[in-house]
Design a protein around this ligand. Sequence first.
Ligand SMILES: Cc1cc2nc3c(=O)[nH]c(=O)nc-3n(C[C@H](O)[C@H](O)[C@H](O)COP(=O)(O)O)c2cc1C
Length: 205
Amino acid sequence: MKHFTRQDILQMEKIFRLNLINSCTGYKSANLLATKSKDGIENVAIFSSVIHLGSNPPLLGFILRPTTVPRNTFDNLKATQQFTVNHVGSDIMADAHHTSAKYEGTVSEFSKTNLRPHYRDSSYAPYVAAAKVQLGCRYANDYFIKENDCLLIIGQIEHLYLEPNLLEADGFISLEKAKTVTVNGLDGYALPTLLERFEYARPKP
Ligand SMILES: Cc1cc2nc3c(=O)[nH]c(=O)nc-3n(C[C@H](O)[C@H](O)[C@H](O)COP(=O)(O)O)c2cc1C
């Protein structure tokens, strides 16, 4: 096995370290977070840190990089309390990746890609029209992570939209049918195959 110590990691060339450490915790979710500023400028950006926090109440979280530079998604969701989380499918992954480009707050990524906003349920924040799974969220809280100056943002899930054929009888969403991609590292996108669903695990006698 190849071996890196913490010391090796700290001394690495920056891009190599970015790729290595972003890959080493496994596959990550791929979502577009969409918001709208108080001035009415729509924003959409890709995030690979969205995680399930709990189902009752339904909560999700994501990690925001340090706010030492302007963070449009964060500024908008703090100001309006609303954001949407939209799955990245293989059909939109190139445009989704492009939303990570640093545009000024006055420029909407919707105008620089083929992604289109979609409004429903009187939401102030737009949904991403092409996403097959879409969540409408209300900002609930944020926690400062002192180890690296990041923030954990908590959102409560208010609305869940999905294409009907993706929903199975027991509530399971087939991400394979949705062709929702997963992120490998910082810039790799993969399409997983469902191998098996197992029974609820109980201790062996
Ligand atoms: C695959 C990928 C995943 C990303 N995940 C995150 C993330 O989890 N948190 C974050 O703060 N930025 C993440 N970024 C960077 C944002 O997409 C980027 O900073 C974007 O410009 C933010 O837009 P905003 O300023 O409009 O909010 C990611 C970028 C890529 C390419």
